[in-house]
Design a protein around this ligand. Structure first.
Ligand code: ZN
Length: 432
């Protein structure tokens, strides 16, 4: 039993009120009320602790007060029975995008579209999305307004524009601008898109990374090739935003990743999206998918001419091979102790937010990770990798009460993450 928990049940509520106010939540300091108690579930709290049966989660002002088995419920608490259910921390997508896409078109950024996307993510249990680029002012404002106990959509963190400077001087200037916007990370691409475009040269990405560090920021790098991974890690890259997809990862790159605890974000479903529409995917008829997918977009993706175009696309076939390579590398990196941050690169056209995260979990399990490893990478480790773990990623005292209520245990089968009964953000049930 933590000190916190004792304080919560003390007749003198001052200690808990003080503790909550220290974490930045505005709670009525005088009132001992406002508790919610979620009772009876099996809770997988996201830590290394074994699942807790018949657990009680006490929440106040949007944050977890305590999680324990057969725990007493504070007097006057609003009770929610979760008997027979399994609770996991809300999923964290460490690489998504929001607000830009309408149907199969990009370039429609608006607050309305950002909120629409954040509600879609939430409906699938993805309670936090770390956007790695193309974020505009409306997204920054939504991020800045989300630290409230009344939140009803997924949390958002933003990178601002993806930087593509043409010189080291311009690189430093652009990083300074992103820092001034108060972005959560700096994002660049080091890729030639299968040999079809120019790759950012080393002197430029070195300047980006160096300037980011001077501004106290981290740099996330989109890449494809093993050699580039080594080079950007050598330059100080802080987050690898996609799988290495050209070769097997080797001991040198594993050592470089581990030395600075740099995380890798596999984005396996990004690869899937590049070739899967050569036919009509089985999951188009899954009610869980269809509920939030735009019917017009699905009709377009079913058009024979479009499917034929994808079937005969060289890059589609190349990325199909890349998915196999990425899956092998995921297993090897995980076995080697490299931290994996679940992420999908959803948000661009035909990369369906929410549903693809659940597919990603399944693909990670297919790659050879255990359900426990997959869940950890999608909760605690994704939070740690994106420096959100002070407030998110596990169900522990003082963290936001973001969690998913499942009808079956995902440790038995990761696909049970699809059996969503309810989703809670800051202790509020999300409409879905
Ligand atoms: Zn991306």
């Amino acid at each position: 039993m933590t000190l916190h928990r004792i304080a919560a049940f003390s007749p003198v509520a001052g200690a808990i009120a003080l503790a909550i106010s220290l974490t930045g939540v505005t709670a009525p300091a005088q009132s001992p009320g406002g508790f919610k108690a979620f009772t009876g579930a099996r809770v997988i709290d996201g830590t290394d602790r074994a699942p807790i049966d018949n657990a009680t989660i006490v929440v106040r002002a949007g944050r977890v007060v305590s999680v324990g088995s057969n725990a007493a419920v504070p007097a006057g608490a609003e009770r929610v029975s979760l008997a027979g259910k399994t609770v996991i921390p809300g999923l964290i997508n460490a690489h998504g995008h929001v607000g830009n896409t309408v149907g199969l078109q990009q370039g429609h950024y608006s607050a309305e579209n950002v909120l629409r996307d954040l509600k879609t993510y939430a409906a699938y249990g993805v309670t936090t999305v770390f956007s790695l680029g193309d974020d505009q002012e409306a997204g920054f404002k939504i991020r800045d307004a989300q630290n409230t106990p009344t939140l009803d959509h997924a949390r958002l963190y933003v990178a601002g524009p993806v930087l593509a400077p043409k010189s080291p001087e311009e690189a430093r200037k652009q990083v300074d601008e992103v820092a001034a916007m108060k972005a959560d990370i700096v994002k660049i691409r080091v890729d030639d898109n299968l040999g079809t475009s120019a790759k950012m040269p080393p002197d430029i990405y070195k300047a980006v990374i160096d300037e980011s560090h001077k501004k106290g920021m981290r740099t996330a790098v989109h890449l494809f090739y093993l050699d580039d991974a080594k080079s950007v890690l050598d330059a100080g890259a802080d987050f690898i935003a996609h799988s290495i997809r050209d070769k097997d990862v080797d001991q040198p790159v594993i050592a470089m990743l581990k030395r600075r605890d740099v995380c890798v974000c596999p984005t396996l479903t990004r690869e899937v999206s590049t070739f899967v529409y050569e036919t009509t995917p089985d999951w188009f008829s899954d009610p869980l998918f269809a509920k939030y997918a735009d019917p017009k977009t699905l009709e377009q993706l079913k058009e024979p001419a479009r499917q034929q175009q994808m079937k005969s696309s060289k890059s589609a076939q190349r990325y199909k091979v890349a998915l196999e390579q990425a899956s092998r590398n995921l297993k090897k990196l995980s076995d080697s102790g490299v931290k994996i941050a679940m992420g999908t690169d959803t948000g661009p056209p035909a990369r369906f937010q929410g549903y693809f995260e659940l597919m990603e979990l399944e693909l990670m399990a297919k790659a050879g990770l255990t359900p426990k490893q997959v869940l950890t990478s999608a909760t605690r480790d994704a939070a740690r990798c994106q420096k959100l773990d002070q407030n998110l990623g596990t169900l522990e005292a003082n963290k936001w009460a973001d969690f998913v209520v499942l009808d079956a245990d995902p440790l038995a089968d990761i696909r049970n993450t699809r059996k969503i009964a309810d989703v809670y953000i800051a202790g509020n049930k999300v409409a879905r």
